[in-house]
Design a protein. Structure first.
Length: 163
């Protein structure tokens, strides 16, 4: 029997697990644009620099996370952006939905008016279905906008949702 998943703001004690999960997604090379892995120091600075970081926790263990930050500055500073990461051995359990829902609440609390995803890889069908089910609208397709780990290019699909 699985225990309950809770999503909460991250704490410094979560940083090793958060960094490891983030690095798994970066290493996969199919969803995040980043190529450099985080270490203890760069991970702490990266997560601290976000508007908000949430972690999904089950049984006292961090199994997923999200980062939330401005998508732009000044006159576009009311639009935020987010990224979600779930530990490899926990994928397929709908943790992403809990993370996205919490992110929407936190973004609104922080005064953002729109959550925008700049680069959802077109073949990431599970994420795309989740976003569409939660009311996100696809803005179009950018041909070859994402270079996969193996070097080939995939289309990206920007999405947004008003908060």
């Amino acid at each position: 029997m699985m225990s309950e998943i809770t999503v909460r703001a991250y704490a410094p004690a979560d940083l090793p697990a958060m960094t490891a999960i983030w690095n798994q997604v970066v290493e996969d090379g199919v969803a995040f644009p980043q190529e450099e892995l985080l270490d203890a120091e760069t991970g702490a600075a990266f997560f601290k620099g976000q508007s908000h970081c949430g972690v999904a926790e089950e049984g006292g263990e961090v199994v997923g996370l999200y980062i939330l930050h401005p998508n732009n500055v000044g006159r576009c500073g009311h639009i935020c952006n987010a990224s979600y990461a779930v530990r490899r051995d926990q994928r397929g359990r709908h943790l992403g939905e809990a993370l996205v829902k919490d992110c929407l609440v936190q973004a609104k609390k922080l005064g953002y008016r729109v959550l925008q995803f700049n680069a959802v890889v077109e073949n990431n069908v599970h994420a795309r279905h989740l976003y569409e089910r939660l009311g996100f609208v696809q803005l179009g397709t950018i041909p070859g906008g994402f270079r996969m780990k193996d070097g080939h290019y995939e289309n990206i699909c920007p999405y947004y949702r008003e908060l």
